[in-house]
Write a protein that binds this ligand. Structure first.
Ligand code: PLP
Length: 393
């Protein structure tokens, strides 16, 4: 079948369109609407983020909405730990952040060194290559962190060095602070790009103190919002070195900036901002900042530590290297003789709990359990431990 949709019906001539016999329902009829999302994302949103989605819709140029947008950017600055003027939510999921980073800051032929220790590092290699960069990949064993010395040794004068802070495919944290400071100590003109999709608002991220130039995230993980936006931030050093006319119109930060940045007066329409999603992100960030960033990180830390302890009590072993384990995303080895997919299915159908499978070579030998945002709580930890214990018998 050609085309984009796999729906079983096809829209032929209007005359042939079969009218439904029943009135259309206002809400999709799903058998079970409530799931506990403890996989690699999306996670259950903060209640404030969900409530905000039902607020009356405003136009994207309405002054009231522009106030919400400005405040959202200000709140994002606090979450990122940055004064970067160019901090904004991009329209699209986390991958849009990755695309925007390479499209706007890597010219064809630029040397980009990527530390690869999982699926999302691999994706950086792919995306950077598509924008014409000369990519030097530095491979690490999955389950281990990116090694600063090896990345530095890979090329004497790269334009950009990129790595994933929290590798969702393996549950590993890499030391972006150490990497960025080392890269800039050697060459202060080199740009450092960090993927913070699974780290922002879950573990410490400090863009300015760590001297990171470009970073992106996604709303569906620790930020506790539905998928759909990619928070993005750019340092003045990176902005000065941007590609003047990137090969993508939609992700051209010059054009998007003319709408998002109201400091010089007028706002120029670029694309229709996803107003409901931005309002939802605004609400989640309000919740996070009210709780306090450090308290939020501590909540994730405590939940992750209890999960790791409880998994050991169940006789299970963790996959990620000790000392680099993420509290918000745990990778655990599937025990010998246990069917990975059947266990996940039982958790979903019997307990309404979603956990993730592993990725790549570890697809059926590892599970991924997320405790992100609103789900980084003791009750969720005990719920998943109890259910997993029962399913494993
Ligand atoms: N980077 C990391 C570390 C991720 O975990 C993900 C998604 O899980 C992405 C990038 C891509 O984000 P998205 O799937 O929202 O496009």
């Amino acid at each position: 079948m050609s085309g984009w949709c796999s729906a079983s019906h096809s829209f032929g001539a209007v005359d042939n369109f079969e009218r439904p016999r029943r009135p259309l329902r206002k809400v999709i009829d799903m058998p079970l609407l409530d799931r506990t999302l403890l996989g690699p994302g999306p996670s259950n949103p903060y209640p404030e983020a969900t409530a905000a989605l039902s607020a009356p819709l405003l136009g994207h140029l309405d002054p009231e909405f522009l106030r919400v947008l400005d405040e959202t950017c200000a709140r994002l600055r606090r979450a990122w730990g940055t004064e970067n003027a160019r901090t904004l939510p991009l329209s699209g999921t986390g991958s849009i952040g990755m695309e925007a980073a390479f499209a706007n800051f890597a010219r064809p032929g630029d040397v980009v060194v990527v530390g690869v220790n999982g699926l999302f590092g691999e994706r950086m290699v792919e995306v950077a290559g598509r924008y014409g960069a000369e990519v030097v990949r530095v491979d690490h064993d999955w389950g281990t962190p990116v090694d600063t010395e090896r990345v530095l040794a890979a090329h004497p004068e790269p334009s950009m060095v990129a790595a994933v802070h929290a590798e969702t495919s393996t549950g590993v944290r890499s030391d972006i602070r150490e990497l960025a400071l080392a890269v800039h100590k050697r060459d202060e003109r080199a740009l450092v790009l960090a993927d913070c999709v699974t780290s922002l608002a879950g573990i410490e991220v400090a863009i300015d103190a760590w001297d990171v130039d470009i970073a992106y995230s996604g709303t569906q993980k620790c930020l506790g919002v539905a998928p759909g936006l990619a928070p993005f931030t750019v340092s003045p050093r990176a902005w000065d070195r941007r590609v003047p006319r990137p090969p993508t119109w939609y992700l051209d930060l010059n054009l998007i900036g003319a709408y998002v940045d109201g400091s010089s007066g007028g706002r120029t329409y670029h694309h229709t901002a996803p107003v409901a999603m931005i309002t939802s992100l605004h609400a989640a960030l309000g919740r996070i900042l009210d709780e306090g960033l450090e308290a939020v990180w501590e909540r994730h830390q405590a939940a992750g530590a209890r999960l790791h302890e409880g998994l050991a009590e169940l006789g299970l072993s963790l996959f990620a290297a000790e000392g680099y384990r993420l509290p918000e995303l745990t990778t655990v080895r599937v025990p010998e003789g246990v069917d990975s997919a059947k266990t996940r299915e039982a958790l979903l159908t019997e307990y309404g709990i979603e956990i993730g499978a592993g990725v790549g070579a570890f697809a059926s030998s590892v599970w991924r359990i997320g405790l992100m945002g609103h789900n980084a709580r003791p009750d969720r930890v005990e719920l998943v431990l109890g259910a997993l214990g029962r399913v494993l018998g």
